[in-house]
Design a protein around this ligand. Structure first.
Ligand SMILES: [Ca+2]
Ligand SMILES: [Ca+2]
Length: 199
């Protein structure tokens, strides 16, 4: 089973091809596409030595307006290895970022950046897989970078980092102006580097 996608598309076919590759080989398939930032990322998230995909998908279409007694869309992070449990997530816009093995447990972590309802802040959560369950690596935090501000893939990849066996994440310094002159980009080195309290 691959990461099921909400609508029939070329992506699905592509995923199924990769799944069949992964089922028949014990090593990383040569053609596996390495993806680090996006709605689908690759990594060895369960530490079995085989690369799989994590995909963010809408698994249930909501009905009507959630504010007026309708039901919301349901999103999950699914894995191309179906033995890895899905992670339910709530509304609405997300990005997944591959982190590598941050805590030295032999499996890759990943971070989810979830846009707040106002689009001006992001909830940041890093997930780690241990003893067949997903846990948050540290307490999730809300990060306000400004409304409509673009963050590059490279900046997302550097948001959470491992340095000298210590995990750090970034937060805006409330005493410092974070944005460029146009106000549409962050100045990355003005972010504070905070030591993560790993649970
Ligand atoms: Ca794996
Ligand atoms: Ca790990």
């Amino acid at each position: 089973m691959g990461c099921r996608v909400e609508s029939g598309s070329e992506r699905k076919t592509e995923l199924e091809v990769h799944d069949s590759l992964m089922n028949t080989q014990t090593d990383i398939p040569e053609k596996l596409e390495i993806m680090r930032v996006g709605n689908r990322i690759s990594g060895d998230f369960n530490g079995d030595g085989i690369i799989e995909y994590a995909c963010l998908v809408k698994t249930k279409q909501g009905l009507g307006n959630p504010v007026e007694e309708g039901t919301s869309d349901v999103f999950e992070i699914l894995f191309s290895n179906s033995e890895i449990p899905a992670i339910p997530v709530d509304c609405c816009e997300f990005l997944l970022v591959y982190e590598g093995d941050l805590n030295g447990n032999g499996s890759d972590e990943f971070t989810m950046f979830q846009d707040g309802l106002n689009g001006c802040s992001k909830m940041v959560k890093t997930f780690t897989f241990n003893n067949d369950v997903w846990k948050e690596l540290y307490d999730p935090f809300l990060c306000s970078v400004g409304c409509g501000v673009e963050v590059t893939d490279e900046e997302y990849l550097n948001w959470v980092v491992l340095e000298n066996d210590t995990v750090y994440y970034r937060l805006p310094d409330l005493n410092e102006h974070l944005l460029n002159e146009e106000g549409d980009r962050i100045i990355f080195n003005r972010l504070l580097k905070i030591k993560a309290d790993i649970n």
